[in-house]
Design a protein around this ligand. Structure first.
Ligand code: TMP
Length: 206
């Protein structure tokens, strides 16, 4: 049923993953591929409302509420956008997906990781990335790149963000076939060379 390719971009806030995603889009379009770019949370109307709460709520958001909101956004996004695009044969480039929930809500906020994996399964309804690019950068560098204008998640502190980074690295070790690790401490062009090599490898296999 699914004809397209699903590629997700993961990493810390300030890892440079969004810059790389946009470069991949141009690269693939120049090669003639039909590409769509999307993100979690907040791709479409419902998601945008959820994103607003998640990143800019003016009252404290309970950890379990945060968890369900990210998952609700994902369920809607997969059903109404990602799945139809894949069925049409497009390459879907998605800025964050299931691994963000395990890294941030699981490792970062100490929610039960096995439970999160089960909830992720419900949210995605069998749509799984063909490839995940994980941009790893030291937490200090990442937070410096974010700067002083931080949203609710970015303001969570260095201890939280260190746990998130370690969580991502753990996930990569668990899923070495799907998740490819990229050193994002390097220059944008060097990181893009690494990114391109991994993408070309995938395209040759399909
Ligand atoms: P963004 O700044 O990359 O758009 O992501 C928004 C924030 O939401 C970022 O700090 C990571 C966080 N996030 C989670 O905590 N859990 C999730 O499942 C997702 C998708 C994002």
């Amino acid at each position: 049923m699914k004809k397209g390719l699903f590629i997700t971009f993961e990493g810390a806030d300030g890892s440079g993953k969004t810059t790389q995603l946009n470069k991949v889009k141009t690269f693939l379009e120049n090669k003639g591929y039909d590409v769509v770019v999307t993100r979690e949370p907040g791709a479409l109307e419902t998601g945008k409302k959820i994103r607003e709460i998640l990143l800019h709520a003016s009252e404290p958001v309970a950890d379990r509420c945060e968890m369900f909101l990210f998952l609700a956004d994902r369920a809607q996004h997969v059903e109404t956008f990602i799945k139809p695009a894949l069925i049409e044969g497009k390459i879907v480039l998605c800025d964050r997906h299931t691994d963000s929930t395990i890294a941030y809500q699981g490792y970062g906020r100490n929610q039960d990781i096995e439970l999160l994996k089960s909830l992720n399964k419900i949210a995605v309804n069998e749509i799984v990335p063909d490839l995940t690019l994980l941009y790893d950068v030291s937490t200090k560098t990442a937070l410096a790149r974010v700067g002083s204008d931080k949203d609710r998640m970015e303001s969570a502190g260095i201890e939280f963000h260190t746990k998130v980074r370690n969580g991502y690295l753990e996930l990569q070790k668990e899923n070495p076939q799907r998740i490819k690790l990229i050193n994002a401490n390097n220059s944008i062009e060097t990181v893009f060379e690494d990114t391109k090599n991994i993408i070309m490898d995938l395209l040759q296999k399909v």
